[in-house]
Design a protein around this ligand. Structure first.
Ligand code: SF4
Length: 712
C-alpha cells in the first residue's frame, strides 16, 4: 500500500510538502520539502510557520537530502552470500525475501522452541506513530514472538518520574520564555534540544539565569551563566542536598506542599538528617559552597530573578545505576518550592504523555499470548549468547535500530550476531554495521517517502507527514513490510490491511486514560484538519501548567514525596541516593584497575547512530576522541592530540586525547556513536559499556563505566 503522492508534486514545477522530522529528538521540527516536476526532492528546509521550531533545522537534517539520495541507499532486498559481518550480498526480489522470512519464522514457530525463539529488535530510528510502533507490534504479537522491552534510552527516567508525579515531568515548553532560573540538568540543551534552547535564550534576555549541571563542560554548559561539574551519577545526591537547604532555610512552599503533596514531613526529616551539604559535597565532588549557593538560588528564584525556576532534566542523569532514583528525586524539587504553580516553572522531562494517541489500537497488546517472555533490549548481548531464561534466540528481526553500533558490551553483541544458527533480518535505509550480519536485508523508505503522524516529546504540536516523493528503488516503510509478511504467514487480513491513513485516523480515537487532563487534548485537532497540512497545537491552554492545581497522576492524585507503592513493593518509600554501579567511592576494587569514570554523550553531528555515513557530517565530527583533565593526562604521560587506548575488562577502543579542563579530574568523556567501520580499530565506545541496568526501569547505564586510558 502506498499513499498517493500530492498531485501537485507531479504536475507543477516545484511542489511544496509540509512534513515532520522523524528522528529521535524532542524538537520534532516541521519540514518543508520542495519537489520538482520529475518527482525529485530538491530542498528540505525548516518550516517557518511551525510555532515552536520556527524554520531552523539542526546541521544534520539541514543536509537531509544527502541522506535521502545517499549513494549507499539500499534499493532492493538482499540476501547474504558471504560470511556474516563481511557485507557480501546479492539482490533478490521482495517475493523471495518475504517468502524466505515467512518460511523461517514458520519453521521456528513450529519447532519445540516455539515462536518465542524469534526476537524483534527496534527502537526510535523513526518516531512517527505508525512507523515506530503499529503493524510491527501487531505482527510479532500475533506471531507469538518474544516481547522486547525498549529500555535503552528513557525508561529509568519514566519510572522515576512516575513514582513522584504519576507521569512524565512536563510543562508547556513555550512557557519557558517565562522561566527565570533555568537549570539544564544532565541536558546538553543547546545541541540536543536546540529549539528549547532558543526559548531559554529568549528568557535569558529577559533576565533569566541559566545553570547547567553536567560532568562535562558541554556546549550548553559553556554558554550558561554557571556550570556545575557534578561527579557522574551523583545528581540524586545533589538534589537531596538542595532539599536539605530548602527545608533548613524555610524556602519551601508550605501551602503547595499541604494542598498537593504527600510525605512532606517524612522527606523533610530524611534530608535534614542524612543529606547535609557537607555530606552531599563529598558524594558529588562539589564544594559545599556550590551546593549551598545553588540551593539558595533555586529556592529564591522568584525573589532573586523575578520568576519561576525550571529544571530541564534529561538523559544524562538517567544512564547510571541510580538513574531512576535520581529522576524521582529531582522531580520532587518543584513541588517543594511550589514552582509547579507558575507557567514556565517546574520540570520538563518529556511532553510525550500529553498526547492521547490510542496506542492499544495501533499495537494490539491484546494479541500477546499469556506468559510470553520479555527480553530487555539492553541485554541483547546476553540474549544472543543464550544466557537469558527461555528459548534460545534463533531469529532476530531488526528495524529502526542498529544494535551492532548502539548496544552495550559490543564485542559480545557482535559475537552473537556472527552465530551461524541465527537467522537475522535487517530493514534499514543503509548497510549499517548490523545489516552486515543479516541473512536478509530489506530496503527502507526515508521520511520523505512515507506517511506518518507525529507527537513530540519536546512541544505540544501534532502533525501528519505525507510522502513528498515516491519510494526510492524498491524501498518500503515498516507498515507495508509487515502487511506483506502477515499475508505470507496467513495472518488475519483485518489486522493488517488497514491503510496507513486510516490507522492514523483511528489512532486519534479512544486513547484517553492519561493522567494529565488530556483526554480532550485532541478536541478540535481532527485528523481531517491535520491532513490540510502543518502543525496543530493540542487543545491545551496557553502557558499550560499541568500541576498548578495538583492533578498528579499518582494513585493518591498528589505529588508523592513518600510513595506507598514503593513501600508496598518492599522498597524505600522515600527518595535517597543510589550510587552508580561503577563508582570509585563504592567500588575501590574496580577503581584500582580502571580509575576513570567515563560518560559517552552523543556526537553533535550524529543522531544516535544515524547520519554517521553522511560524509560531510562525519568530517564535521572528526574522529573518536576522549576528553580528559590535564592532571589525569599528565599522570599517564599523555599529551593533547595523542592516540590513546581506552579500556576496561569488557573491551578497548582507540581515540585521540583532548586534554584540558572540560571535565573534572577522574572523569573522561568520549563521544558516541560511531559506526564500527569508520573507526580505526573496528569498534566504538560501546565495546567498554556495560549491560548492567538501572535501579528501576531496566534502563541502559552507558554513563556508568569505569575505564583506564593509556598512551599508544
Ligand atoms: S533532529 Fe531534531 S533538531 Fe534536527 S531537524 Fe530533527 S527534530 Fe529538528
Amino acid at each position: 500500500m502506498t499513499i498517493p503522492l500530492p498531485t501537485a508534486a507531479l504536475t507543477t514545477a516545484l511542489a511544496t510538502v509540509r512534513g515532520v522530522c522523524p528522528h529521535d529528538c524532542p524538537d520534532t521540527c516541521g519540514l518543508v520539502t520542495q519537489v520538482n516536476a520529475a518527482g525529485r526532492a530538491v530542498s528540505v528546509k525548516g518550516d517557518p510557520d511551525h510555532p515552536f521550531t520556527r524554520g531552523f533545522l539542526c546541521t544534520k537534517v539541514a543536509r537531509y537530502l544527502d541522506r535521502v539520495y545517499h549513494d549507499g541507499r539500499l534499493t532492493t532486498p538482499l540476501k547474504r552470500v558471504g560470511p556474516k559481518g563481511r557485507g557480501d550480498f546479492a539482490p533478490i526480489s521482495w517475493g523471495e525475501a518475504v517468502a524466505t522470512i515467512a518460511a523461517k519464522f514458520t519453521d521456528i514457530a513450529a519447532s519445540p522452541d516455539g515462536p518465542q525463539a524469534i526476537l524483534p529488535y527496534s527502537y526510535a530510528g523513526t518516531m512517527g506513530k505508525l512507523q515506530y510502533a503499529s503493524l510491527d507490534r501487531r505482527f510479532f504479537h500475533r506471531l507469538g514472538a518474544s516481547l522486547l522491552d525498549r529500555t535503552i534510552c528513557a525508561t529509568a527516567g519514566a519510572v522515576g518520574s512516575d513514582i513522584t508525579l504519576g507521569t512524565r515531568a512536563a510543562i508547556d515548553p513555550e512557557a519557558v520564555a517565562k522561566s527565570r532560573y533555568i537549570v539544564n540538568w544532565g541536558s546538553n540543551t543547546s545541541v540536543t534540544n536546540s529549539h528549547l534552547w532558543a526559548v531559554m535564550h529568549h528568557a535569558r534576555k529577559a533576565g533569566a539565569k541559566i545553570v547547567t549541571i553536567d560532568p562535562h563542560r558541554s556546549r550548553t554548559a559553556a554558554k550558561s551563566d554557571w556550570w556545575i561539574p557534578v561527579r557522574p551519577g551523583t545528581d540524586g545526591a545533589l538534589a537531596l542536598g538542595v532539599m536539605h537547604v530548602l527545608f533548613r532555610d524555610g524556602l519551601q512552599d508550605d501551602d503547595y506542599l499541604e494542598r498537593y503533596c504527600v510525605g512532606t514531613a517524612e522527606l523533610r526529616q530524611r534530608v535534614l538528617n542524612d543529606y547535609a551539604p557537607h555530606v552531599v559535597a563529598r558524594i558529588t565532588g562539589l564544594p559545599v559552597e556550590t551546593v549551598e549557593q545553588f540551593a539558595r538560588e533555586y529556592g529564591n528564584a522568584q525573589r532573586l530573578f523575578g520568576g519561576p525556576a525550571l529544571i530541564r532534566l534529561n538523559y544524562g542523569m538517567q544512564r547510571h545505576g541510580g538513574g531512576a532514583m535520581a529522576v524521582r528525586t529531582v522531580c520532587c524539587l518543584p513541588a517543594i518550592t511550589g514552582d509547579w504553580r507558575h507557567p514556565g516553572g517546574g520540570a520538563l522531562l518529556s511532553t510525550s504523555k500529553m498526547y492521547p494517541f490510542n496506542e492499544r489500537y495501533l499495537e494490539r497488546p491484546d494479541l500477546i499470548r499469556p506468559g510470553t517472555r520479555t527480553v530487555n533490549m539492553v541485554k541483547l548481548a546476553e540474549a544472543l549468547a543464550g544466557e537469558l531464561p527461555g528459548p534460545p534466540v534463533k531469529a532476530l528481526y531488526v528495524y529502526n535500530a542498529n544494535p551492532a553500533a548502539v548496544n552495550p558490551d559490543q564485542s559480545k553483541v557482535l559475537t552473537g550476531l556472527e552465530r551461524d544458527d541465527l537467522f537475522t533480518v535487517v530493514h534499514d535505509l543503509f548497510m549499517t554495521d548490523t545489516a552486515r550480519y543479516a541473512d536478509i536485508v530489506l530496503p527502507a523508505t526515508s521520511q520523505l517517502e512515507q506517511f506518518d503522524i507525529h507527537a513530540s516529546y519536546g512541544h505540544l504540536y501534532v502533525q501528519v507527514n505525507p510522502p513528498a516523493i515516491a519510494p526510492l528503488g524498491e524501498s518500503k516503510p515498516n507498515t507495508e513490510v509487515f502487511r506483506l509478511l502477515a499475508r505470507a504467514m496467513g495472518f488475519e487480513p483485518q489486522l493488517f490491511d488497514t491503510p496507513d491513513e486510516e490507522l492514523a485516523r483511528q489512532s486519534m480515537v479512544g486513547g484517553g486514560g492519561r493522567v494529565y487532563p488530556s483526554e480532550s487534548a485532541f478536541d478540535g485537532v481532527s485528523f481531517d484538519r491535520l491532513m490540510e497540512g502543518g502543525p496543530v497545537r493540542l487543545n491545551l491552554p496557553v502557558d499550560y501548567a499541568p500541576f498548578a492545581d495538583g492533578n498528579f497522576g499518582t494513585p493518591s492524585g498528589q505529588c508523592e514525596l513518600f510513595s506507598r507503592r514503593e513501600l508496598d513493593a518492599g522498597r524505600d518509600p522515600l527518595p535517597h541516593y543510589v550510587p552508580p554501579h561503577e563508582d570509585p567511592q563504592t567500588r575501590p576494587d574496580l577503581a584500582t584497575l580502571y580509575p576513570l569514570q567515563m560518560v559517552t554523550p552523543p556526537v553533535p553531528s550524529f543522531l544516535n547512530s544515524s547520519f554517521v555515513n553522511v560524509e560531510a557530517l562525519r568530517k564535521a565530527a572528526g574522529e573518536p576522541v576522549v576528553e580528559m583533565h590535564a592532571d589525569d593526562a599528565a599522570a599517564r604521560g599523555i599529551v593533547a592530540g595523542q592516540s590513546v587506548r581506552v579500556f576496561n575488562g569488557r573491551g578497548r577502543f582507540r581515540a585521540k586525547a583532548v586534554v584540558g579542563d572540560s571535565v573534572r579530574p577522574g572523569v573522561v568523556v568520549s563521544f558516541g556513536i560511531w559506526w564500527n567501520r569508520y573507526t580505526e580499530d573496528g569498534v566504538n565506545v560501546n565495546t567498554t559499556t556495560s549491560t548492567a541496568v538501572t535501579d528501576q526501569g531496566g534502563g541502559g547505564t552507558f554513563f556508568d563505566n569505569l575505564v583506564e586510558v593509556a598512551a599508544l
